[in-house]
Design a protein around this ligand. Structure first.
Ligand code: CMC
Length: 378
């Protein structure tokens, strides 16, 4: 067997061959199926982009209408799932609630028919359609309210915001939210996608695939960073405090949340678009003092860490966008998951098409021939 050098974090080691997305970390380019995200953000919708990623091509008018309709018709969740969610502690994190609910779908749809394209499509539709409903339902139930039913007359993003806030959203806010989903839907072989592919490679069901990816996305080094960015901006509190805060953290060898990326060595192209979206919201609904702090922080961090290629990543400005929409901080990562589920499912489908179970090796650095010491002598 070929022996490879051990790389912590598997840095630089390809885990799959994939045609779903592409990143150039030096030039700050991200493409989905070859199309630049700037173009998709300006011209597409989340549902169309999800279709593109999963089936490989932009849909025709008829294909798009059919997919939108299928997703629309599957937005409702079973009352038993809702009742199960009612038993979740309200103090629990919504990502844990989402992981448990996504896994529970597998109990209700236990038929597994991975070679059947109709099964693949049904599972894709069900997951994309119900994940937002589950996120919104947990939010209302933890406040002691009944979840509201999805509204079939609203588009995907407008319906989610309606279910979350119990009122029809502003049109600009709904459009911007949809663009945020496009920006978060896919990003090559990141930790949660790797997790999805490893789980998929065992030929388990797609609900287990998504549940394992949701669990991986939640950590502060991955999707959870967007929450921590807001907490960090709150802790800093004023523009004057930015420099001393950054200097102190760097002195203590602590990370600055929302900065740095394994692949990007320039400003993340998604952060550039998100910053613009935040500004559009501020223009319409009024500014946010945390935006001034964030801009100053970007300047100071560039000055201190730019030479190491550390710039804002996708999580730095997304929280400011969601905050302006009145979304609670601990829902930022579940919203990331609402988008990313389509990326995970694209990888699930790709993995199944050429599956081999993941079974990496390890570098053993433990003992050999160790004696068994009897309990009374230890
Ligand atoms: N603040 C300060 N220093 C940093 C940061 C940061 N945010 N990120 C990297 N560095 C430094 C790090 O200290 C190290 O320095 P040195 O070589 O002197 O020891 C060097 O840069 C390499 O860092 P690393 O942690 O080995 O890099 P990595 O590729 O393993 O980690 C990362 C990538 C995203 C986990 C890391 O940059 C980080 O922890 N960032 C903060 C958390 C964050 O914002 N995560 C969101 C990532 S993007 C969206 C997503 O994945 O969901």
């Amino acid at each position: 067997m070929m022996v490879c050098e051990y790389k912590p974090g598997l840095e630089g080691i390809p885990a799959a061959q994939s045609s779903i997305s592409y990143v150039d970390g030096q030039k700050g380019i991200l493409e989905y199926r070859g199309i630049r995200i700037e173009e998709l953000a300006a011209k597409s919708t989340f549902i169309e982009t999800a279709y593109l990623l999963i089936w490989g091509e932009l849909p025709t008018k008829e294909e798009l209408a059919a997919f939108e309709e299928e997703v629309r018709l599957h937005r409702r969740i079973k009352y038993r799932i809702r009742d199960m969610m009612k038993c979740f502690p309200e103090s629990g994190h919504p990502m844990d609630a989402l992981q448990a609910s996504a896994a529970a779908l597998g109990l209700f749809y236990s038929l597994r028919d991975l070679h059947n394209p109709a099964y693949i499509r049904d599972s894709v539709v069900r997951l994309i359609a119900t994940i937002p409903t589950m996120v919104a339902a947990f939010q209302l139930m933890r406040k002691g309210n009944d979840p509201v039913k999805p509204r079939d007359d609203l588009d995907y993003s407008a319906n989610f915001l309606y279910m979350l806030n119990e009122k029809e959203p502003d049109a600009l806010a709904a459009k911007i939210f949809d663009i945020c989903l496009i920006l978060h839907v896919e990003h090559t072989m990141n930790a949660s996608t790797f997790s999805a592919r490893v789980t998929a490679s065992t030929l388990t069901d797609p609900y287990a695939v998504v549940a394992s990816a949701v669990g991986t996305l939640g950590g502060p080094l991955h999707g959870g960073a967007n929450e921590e960015v807001i907490q960090m901006l709150e802790e800093i509190g004023s523009v004057e405090n930015v420099r001393p805060y950054v200097e102190e953290r760097l002195q203590n060898k602590q990370k600055l949340m929302g900065f740095g990326h394994r692949v990007y060595k320039v400003k993340d192209p998604r952060a550039i678009i998100l910053q613009d979206l935040a500004e559009q919201l501020f223009d319409k609904f009024g500014g946010d003092k945390y935006y001034d702090i964030a801009q100053e922080m970007e300047r100071v961090v560039e000055e201190k860490l730019g030479h190491k290629g550390i710039y804002p990543n996708v999580d730095f400005y997304s929280g400011l966008v969601y905050r302006k929409m009145g979304i609670p901080t601990d829902l930022f990562t579940p919203i990331f998951a609402i988008a990313r589920v389509a990326g995970w499912l694209a990888h699930w489908k790709e993995q199944l098409a050429e599956n081999r179970i993941f079974r990496p090796t390890q570098v053993y650095n433990g003992k050999h021939e160790a004696p068994y010491i009897p309990l009374e002598q230890r």
